[in-house]
Design a protein around this ligand. Structure first.
Ligand code: ATP
Length: 235
């Protein structure tokens, strides 16, 4: 579904990604683990066309999307839900959500259907759809960010640190919804520092260290890997 082959990414002379090869098969939920600065966001920036790789190839459903414009990539079915949510705080929750459907705006019936699906996943957003997004709690804002991404009708959804800054109970709710989105058929690539929770819902995971893939494996193998436990999970 999504495949990186030998991808390098530079910021000026700094090499943020080195020879990254990874994939997410259709229907998979794949987790990217790594410390701050390991390169997780850079992988998403490259996939969604915000940063252009300096080497290698990125394929979506076997189509080469390397270096394409972000709007073309969204139209092909890859949608990026960024770290820090990046909502428009003064716009209503509903307007923020509808921005995600910008490419499909002429298909009003489909947009209304998708909006209903998002409200079914996050009933609280239906009740608060007319308030400014900036007035919501962090967890509710994360739900808006995920809902906005879903309105882009992703085949592959990139979720960058959705648990950042949220209380543990809210994190569990957000992760339960991510698992449900995946079970409904969307392929998910999830970058997370909360390794324990992320691996609990993952099929497979990659560990990134200083821009390189250091380890990859199935959920159970990584959960029981001593280096992973020491670095990301603890006792
Ligand atoms: P975090 O969880 O802190 O966001 P990350 O694993 O997502 O970390 P990246 O944000 O991809 O890591 O950053 C990888 C490296 O690239 C870091 O050393 C970072 O400082 C650097 N970097 C990221 N964006 C830029 C930029 N726009 N210009 C220069 N260097 C950058």
């Amino acid at each position: 579904m999504l495949r990186f082959e030998g991808v390098d990414l530079h910021y000026g002379s700094f090499r943020a990604l080195s020879d990254v090869t990874l994939h997410a098969a259709p229907g998979e939920l794949v987790v990217l683990l790594g410390a701050n600065g390991a390169g997780k966001t850079s992988i998403f920036m490259a996939a969604s066309g915000i940063q252009r790789p300096s080497a290698g190839c990125i394929r979506l459903e076997n189509k080469d999307i390397t270096g394409r414009r972000p709007a073309q990539i969204v139209a092909s079915g890859l949608v990026h839900c960024p770290e820090g949510r990046k909502l428009f705080p003064l716009l209503s929750v509903r307007r923020n959500l509808l921005l995600g459907a910008y490419l499909h705006r002429r298909d009003k019936a489909a947009v209304a259907r998708m909006l209903d699906e998002v409200f079914a996943l996050f009933p609280m957003l239906a009740h608060r759809q007319n308030v400014p997004a900036g007035s919501l709690s962090g967890g509710q804002q994360q739900m808006v960010a995920i809902g906005r991404a879903l309105l882009g009708r992703p085949k592959v959804l990139l979720l960058d640190e959705p648990s950042l800054g949220l209380a543990p109970l809210i994190v569990r709710q957000v992760f339960a919804v991510i698992e449900r989105i995946n079970q409904q058929g969307t392929t998910v690539l999830l970058a997370e520092q909360n390794a324990c929770l992320a691996l609990a819902i993952a099929h497979r995971a990659y560990v990134l260290e200083r821009g390189r893939i250091a380890l990859e494996g199935g959920r159970d193998a990584l959960l029981h890997n001593e280096a992973v436990r020491a670095a990301y999970i603890g006792a």
